[in-house]
Design a protein around this ligand. Structure first.
Ligand code: KG4
Ligand code: ZN
Length: 350
């Protein structure tokens, strides 16, 4: 039975997974470099590349071992030996040095084992993160991909022939949503990356105390802009510090709550606007920010409020992982696609 090894190394997570061609996950290993980048307050490309180089073989070996020990072949009545026949690897967009480590490892593995290989767009990975689940809609649907580097709305499969065909409907004009969370976290001294901790503190904050701007709200465009929100938080912190000397814990939590409310509100509004404009009632969310509690909650209410069925992947598959790369690879392998082993390269651009 075909088994797919998936590798993701586009940024600060070194990840490998093994899946069967029907999308069953046999292993999912992630080594996160967060602690290595934390002293710098953000991802340092050289540190990322070197760390991937140190960890990639350990991470892949662990993914292979866990998959081999998963008992899956026997459960399925499949007596064939455990063998990887296909490799899916992130080739773009991302940090070139980091991508190169994963791609070169994948090429070496594929060459040695005689596997088919396919290069995957990281954003398509985020899009396909829950495609092995029954609730995942068939195309056409609208996709909102919200991560540390991207915030974009797509129409997927809108041409009626190709379920992976994507049309960009809206993009961020400045910061990505995840970047906005990270920058606000930094201003509040909450470390890096900040999305998760801002989300947690927002849960115990009052979202009505501070109102932050929702750029491009009410405008026809499906683009986003988060730099005004970031600046508004910066000025508020400056003014509060001037007035009180410091920011107390409750005020910090209220800022997190107000900021999260503004981001979730505009993301949901623009997604609904896209669905209505395109006459499509299915929405798929993906990317690290799709792990956000408020965004997930608002998405779950769209069916009752707007007649839009929203699909959000399980949290662990929203932030970077290799399972999503494997699922995107499976979708493409099933269409008969693969990459040329020797020509396969990487790119920083989408
Ligand atoms: O998709 P991802 O893991 O990496 C990129 O491709 O960028 O996304 C990482 C981003 C970071 O900016 C992080 O702060 C944000 O996702 N993030 C969150 C949450 N968990 C991660 N943002 C808001 N709420 C969360 N719970
Ligand atoms: Zn990502």
């Amino acid at each position: 039975m075909d088994r797919v090894l998936a590798i993701e190394s586009s940024c600060d997570d070194c990840a490998a997974a093994v899946l069967t061609m029907d999308g069953t996950v046999l292993s999912n290993v992630i080594y996160t470099q967060i602690e290595e980048h934390a002293p710098f307050g953000g991802v340092v490309p050289e540190v990322a590349a070197r760390s991937h180089l140190e960890k990639i073989s350990v991470v892949v070996s662990q993914a292979l071992d866990e998959a081999a020990g998963s008992g899956h072949p026997r459960q399925c009545g499949d007596s064939s030996e455990f063998k990887i026949t296909k490799v899916a690897v992130t080739t773009h967009p991302g940090l070139v040095g980091a991508l190169l480590v994963g791609a070169m490892f994948a090429k070496g593995f594929a060459q040695a084992q005689g596997c088919e290989i396919i290069g995957i767009n990281h954003l398509e990975g985020h899009l396909m993160a829950g495609s092995n689940l029954d609730a995942f809609p068939s195309s056409p649907y609208i996709a909102l991909i919200v991560s540390g580097g991207h915030t974009a709305l797509y129409k997927i499969g809108g041409d009626g022939r190709d379920p992976l065909h994507h049309e960009l409907l809206g993009d961020t004009r400045d910061d990505a949503a995840g970047e906005a969370f990270d920058k606000v976290a930094k201003m509040l001294g909450l470390g890096y990356p900040g999305g998760k901790v801002v989300d947690e503190l927002a849960q115990i904050g009052d979202a009505t105390r501070f109102k932050f701007p929702r750029a491009l709200r009410g405008k026809e465009t499906l683009d986003f802009s988060f730099s005004g929100l970031k600046t508004s938080v910066r000025y508020l912190i400056r003014d509060l510090e001037k007035e009180h000397g410091c920011i107390d814990a409750q005020t910090r939590n209220d800022i997190c709550a107000g900021m999260r409310e503004a981001v979730a509100d505009i993301l949901i509004r623009k997604s609904v606007q896209a669905c209505k404009r395109e006459g499509i009632r299915f929405l798929v969310l993906g990317g690290g920010v799709a792990a956000n509690s408020l965004l997930r909650d608002r998405a779950s209410k769209l069916a009752a409020d707007e007649g839009i069925e929203a699909f959000v992947p399980p949290r662990k598959y929203c932030t970077d992982n290799a399972v999503m790369i494997g699922l995107a690879g499976i979708a493409r392998f099933k269409r008969g696609e693969s990459s040329d082993l020797f020509a396969l390269g990487v790119s920083s651009r989408a």
